[in-house]
Design a protein around this ligand. Structure first.
Ligand SMILES: C[S@@+](CC[C@H](N)C(=O)[O-])C[C@H]1O[C@@H](n2cnc3c(N)ncnc32)[C@H](O)[C@@H]1O
Length: 232
């Protein structure tokens, strides 16, 4: 088996109801590639992708960390069962492995993974749409993000906070319409620092990949706010 640094498009499987790798998927993988040295030094144990679609991102992450011999354990979820079949084929075609879970965000995994995830990657449904399109059957659920494209993102953020380890990193794709500064502010309130690791404008959209990590100063402020809000 040849070893690749990231997934090869020709080996990525597809299905009419599964999101094919697109500009946003490429932006996320490019951001991971650009951060590869840090990722290798980070030596993550548990890596999680929420919403794996075709498997292009989780396969690339597994490959760039060194594949099945790197000591990392990869898990990917998707609400769309077809996505897990496609991801399984994509992983196999590249000779890497991940545990695949058909669930809403990370439901059912929180007990097991609480505070353990060292790297989380998310390319969420972020397109502003009517709220009723969010989570609907079919391919539209791959991009339908509700008001300001924030419905699924806002559901993921508190879950990410519970799952990430103390040294955990979250890489998330957002669109200008999602108000990335507000997303960073919401995460700051939970004790995370953030930086935009990649910004890319296409004809249709302006994408950002934001990296979040726990910051002792933000954590202190977040804990202070928690205590004050509870009137202790
Ligand atoms: C924009 S696509 C990204 C797919 C893939 N990660 C990529 O970058 O090419 C978003 C993915 O999230 C999945 N998804 C949407 N809502 C979800 C939810 N509540 N829980 C888990 N996955 C979800 C969709 O089925 C879709 O596969």
């Amino acid at each position: 088996m040849m070893s690749y640094r990231i997934a090869q498009i020709r080996l990525v499987n597809s299905h009419p109801e599964v999101y094919d790798p697109c500009d946003d998927s490429f932006a996320l993988v490019d951001a991971l590639l650009a951060d590869r040295t840090n990722l290798l030094e980070h030596r993550p144990i548990f890596c999680l992708e929420i919403g794996c679609g075709s498997g292009y991102v989780i396969t690339s992450l597994a490959l760039l960390l060194g594949g099945d011999v790197c000591g990392s354990y990869f898990i990917a979820t998707d609400i769309n069962p077809h996505a897990l079949d496609v991801t399984s084929d994509t992983l196999k075609a590249h000779g890497v492995h991940a545990e695949l879970v058909n669930t809403d965000v990370a439901a059912g995994l929180e007990g097991r993974l609480m505070g353990l995830v060292d790297v989380m990657v998310v390319n969420p449904p972020y397109v502003p749409t009517p709220e009723e399109e969010v989570g609907c059957d079919g391919i539209a659920s791959a991009w339908a993000g509700g008001e300001n494209g924030r419905s699924v993102i806002d559901k993921i953020l508190p879950i990410a906070d519970r799952l990430l380890s103390d040294k955990g990193w979250l890489y998330m794709v957002t669109l200008t319409a999602n108000d990335p500064s507000d997303i960073c502010l919401q995460m700051k309130k939970k004790g995370y620092a953030a930086c935009i690791v990649l910004q890319r404008s296409t004809e249709e959209e302006s994408l950002h990949v934001i990296k979040f990590w726990q910051d002792p100063n933000s954590k202190l402020e977040a804990n202070k706010a928690k205590v004050l809000n509870h009137g202790v």
